[in-house]
Ligand binder design. Structure first.
Ligand code: NAD
Ligand code: IPM
Ligand code: MN
Length: 356
């Protein structure tokens, strides 16, 4: 069987890191009975340049017909002031595929420990479960007049319920601890989240459930990140906290994500943006993209075995200090990617049974 993957390379460093991710995908699937076909489609700024729209109809069609979508990053100064921005395209594809659950893991592996700005004594391994298709990103009314601008934060019971179940189900497979992050001391939407999440928590007696206000949570992510297992939060808070959490690994350029709905293809992308400041220099950190490929192999294609080979390859590479400048190294995107691929190949070679 051949699976179909829609590939959205996007803008600025997007194509650079996508190339790295696809090279690793090709290397890790070689001879492993995993056949795939790539469908490279215009999206974001590249979509605007090629078709006038950030999410061209053919791109959405391809995504809907695929088994998974791989996205690098979109946006940047080139499209400042256009009526439909690359970011509109990103929000539109999330909505159109009903990708309401965005999973953003923060893990500081032993190999990454030396790059972390945090002096941890305990392991850091938590997941942010971010609501992705509602809240202030999508609420109506939304308008700008001569005198004011208006955004609306709105959540329905059902929107909160479905993301809450994702978080608790995930906690059951992890360390059984969910922390709801909100601003329930001020916002009505947060008060509703607290009410609904507390109700659902009673269905999961094995899960420890607690809450934190978002301002304090942002402190705790720095002060004691090991206390978290699953952080459940609304769209905007999840956006902000996940960049903060990412930096505890040493760089925003290391964290992947999965966005999923109830059925249909999931979408995998780094949590960071198109990094216009380093684009074209060949020094973008490919880890976030390569780990997004690994997440795709695990969650869309049931190939955790291949994902583990990728993760091991990354760990060996960073342990050896072959890292890009964001992590303080001198390696280029290409050198890092080649080193990861070499580790994958070498470890396969050394485990090959002897044929006599
Ligand atoms: P950014 O995440 O692109 O960059 C922030 C900083 O982190 C920059 O200094 C950048 O060089 C660095 N960085 C990010 N990824 C890196 C990597 N892989 N390797 C090394 N360094 C890396 O955020 P920004 O500069 O605020 O936004 C730039 C554009 O990206 C904007 O148009 C924004 O809307 C867009 N954006 C897109 C996505 C997405 O496609 N999912 C996500 C976030 C931002
Ligand atoms: C992200 C990005 C997007 C978001 C932007 C580019 C619309 O920051 O994926 O984290 O805010 O969701
Ligand atoms: Mn973001």
């Amino acid at each position: 069987m051949t699976v179909n993957i829609t590939v959205l390379a996007g803008d600025y460093i997007g194509p650079e890191i996508m190339a790295a991710g696809l090279k690793v995908l090709a290397a890790v699937s070689e001879g492993q009975n995993f056949d795939y076909q790539l469908h490279e489609m215009p999206f974001g700024g590249a979509g605007i340049d090629q078709t006038g729209e950030p999410l061209p109809a053919e791109t959405l069609q391809s995504a809907k017909q695929s088994d998974a979508v791989l996205l690098a990053a979109i946006g940047g100064p080139k499209w400042d002031g256009v009526p439909q921005t690359p970011e509109h395209g990103l929000l539109a594809i999330r909505k159109a595929l009903n990708l309401f659950a965005n999973i953003r893991p923060t893990e500081i592996s032993p190999a990454m420990q030396k790059y972390s700005p945090i002096k941890n004594t305990e392991p850091v391994d938590f997941v942010i479960v971010r609501e992705l298709t509602s809240g202030i990103y999508f609420g109506k009314p939304r308008e700008t007049t001569a005198d004011y601008a208006l955004d609306t934060m709105r959540y329905t019971n059902e929107e909160i319920e479905r993301i809450t179940r994702v978080a608790f189900d995930m906690a059951m497979k992890r360390r059984k601890h969910v922390t709801l992050v909100d601003k329930a001391n001020v916002l009505d939407t947060s008060k509703l989240w607290r009410k609904i999440v507390a109700q659902i928590a009673t269905e999961y007696p094995d899960v420890t459930y607690d809450t934190s206000y978002v301002d304090a949570a942002s402190m705790k992510i720095i002060a004691s990140p090991s206390q978290f297992d699953v952080i459940l939060t609304e769209n905007l808070f999840g956006d902000i906290l996940s960049d903060e959490a990412a930096q505890t690994t040493g760089s925003l350029g290391t964290i992947p994500s999965m966005s999923r709905g109830t059925d249909g293809p999931s979408l995998y992308e780094p949590i960071h943006g198109s990094a216009p400041d380093i684009a074209g220099k060949g020094i973008a950190d490919p880890i976030s993209m390569i780990r997004s490929v690994a997440m795709m192999l695990t969650h869309s294609f049931n190939r955790a075995d291949l994902a583990t080979e990728i993760t091991d390859g990354i760990n060996q590479t960073v342990a050896a200090g072959v890292v890009t400048p964001d992590l303080g190294g001198k390696a280029t995107t290409d050198e890092m990617t080649k080193t990861i691929i070499n580790h994958i190949k070498e470890s396969r070679h050394s485990y090959e049974p002897d044929h006599v």
